[in-house]
Design a protein around this ligand. Structure first.
Ligand code: 4NP
Length: 146
């Protein structure tokens, strides 16, 4: 696998975590894989990840504070060998946009479940759970495909 893009709705909570975790694994394993993330929506374009995602990543030794949100385009989609959707809505959006090698992140060890959207949670606990799920799945993905 040469390149992978993680896609959620806003590109400020879930997919930046997947990007940060993937980059850490790539570094640890000295792999050469291009990785980024994007959102299906444009509300947060140009913004850094949400405070709780920055915090939970930091707690786990990963700095995602310099990432900036962007909206996925059809052209960008073609640049990536592997497209990973964080939930079913993202998956369907990407399918309609023409994504080819498309999977849900939850298919890598979580029975194809959606990664729940923590944006609407009150408090930090949701982010801990979401982080754990994303980390397990991203690790499995690299075990299987890298
Ligand atoms: P994300 O979370 O898709 O994990 O980045 C969201 C962030 C913002 C919104 C929805 C989900 N929003 O509606 O603004």
């Amino acid at each position: 696998m040469n390149s992978v893009i993680f896609v959620c709705l806003g590109n400020i909570c879930r997919s930046p975590l997947a990007e940060g975790i993937a980059k850490k694994i790539i570094e640890q394993k000295s792999l050469h894989v291009r990785v980024t993330s994007a959102g299906t929506g444009s509300w947060h374009t140009g913004e850094p990840p949400c405070t709780n995602s920055i915090k939970v990543a930091q707690k786990n030794g990963i700095d995602i504070s310099s990432l900036r949100a962007s909206q996925i385009t059809k052209n960008e989609l073609q640049e990536f060998e592997l497209v990973i959707a964080l939930d079913e809505n993202n998956y369907n959006y990407l399918k309609n946009l023409g994504a080819k090698n498309l999977y849900k992140l939850g298919s890598f060890g979580f029975n194809n479940e959606d990664v729940p959207d923590p944006y609407f949670y009150n408090g930090f606990e949701g982010f801990d759970k979401v982080y754990e799920m994303i980390e397990i799945c991203v690790r499995n993905l690299f075990e299987e495909l890298a």
